[in-house]
Design a protein around this ligand. Sequence first.
Ligand code: NAG
Ligand code: NAG
Ligand code: NAG
Length: 365
Amino acid sequence: MSSVIRTASLLALFPLIFLYVIVPALFYFFPHFMQHIFFLHYVRIPFVDYTNLSQHEISSFGRNFYLEESTLNRTKKLSDKPKNSKNPRLGTWHVLPATISTQYMELNQIPTDSEMEALLDKEHHSIIVYFHGNSFDRTTKHRCELYNVLSAMDFHVLAIDYRGYGDSTGHPSEDGLIEDALSIYEYAKQMAPSKNIYIWGHSMGTGVASRFVAELSDIGLPPIGLVLESPFNNLKDAVMNHPFSKPFRKYPFFDEIFVNPLMRSGLSMSSDKHIQRITCPILVLHAQDDHVIPYILGRRLVEAAQSTHRDIQYVEFEAERGFLHKYIHRAKELPDLVTRFFQHCETRSRSKNRTTRTPEEVDTN
Ligand SMILES: *[C@@H]1O[C@H](CO)[C@@H](O)[C@H](O)[C@H]1NC(C)=O
Ligand SMILES: *[C@@H]1O[C@H](CO)[C@@H](O)[C@H](O)[C@H]1NC(C)=O
Ligand SMILES: *[C@@H]1O[C@H](CO)[C@@H](O)[C@H](O)[C@H]1NC(C)=O
């Protein structure tokens, strides 16, 4: 009889044991495995059509292609960095600026792949390289809505799926994602040597963008500007404030069990450190009602940048507007705001040609 009670009480306790003993133990002993809590690349929608962009309501012409090591002539300076792994095949989208797309539509023509590639370096249209957040892939609805906004502003948009995401091969890791950022950026540079290239990161993609742009700044080749949408300051605060970690926040040794093993396994996303070395202008966008990454973390990131006098602008969207974590692109004023920021980037890039280093760039670190 007592053994039945014992078994029953153990069963009743099991969810608690799972939550408070097994999960922490997994984090502690298998940090590489538990990185998957962070990289949600395995959460997939079946039968996604990556090749037909209009299926995903992309309003301009666009094309799907795959970036591979062999399609890239890596520039010497950038590729001096040690390689972590064989470069995977990365699923990529290129969406045309709306006016170019309309010209084709009016002629009843569809641009060929090689025409689209050649268009990257034609006319005045700048290029935006987009790094997405930690779940799903480049076809996700809110991302497609943003590509449409940027295309309507007459920019080219290049969006990749990192290794392991979507139909890209390989497995994600922080260093790997930085390699992938380099791949798409070098592709843009090679195809469009005359163009301004902006980097735009969202959510986890802001961690990728911040570190990548800091590394480009370190070698004196920053992009013209960086936009960080719904960013966080570092992995620890992001984990601590994430809805998934809610049951553990009061756990003793939270850092030792959840954060430090992840960091030792190579995941740190220390944007607050990286942002202090970025030498191009930065625009941070955050919604006050963001329930995934509280806007306080965005503010902390901005403060870190201000501590080394970076060129940074911060725009916060009121909670009543309901933009949450991923709908800031629905703000009516966003195109104006981005246009003004890009003008600032261009002015600054021209003046930098005369004074190669501004005083604030010298006091890095
Ligand atoms: C792509 O999808 C659109 C919208 O669903 C459809 O009209 C079109 O025929 C498709 N194109 C191809 C090449 O399958
Ligand atoms: C890469 O290098 C090869 C050989 O040097 C050259 O033929 C090719 O056009 C280059 N590709 C690009 C995209 O610059
Ligand atoms: C920077 O200056 C050089 C030489 O004075 C000039 O050739 C180049 O076009 C300038 N670049 C920009 C972006 O103004």
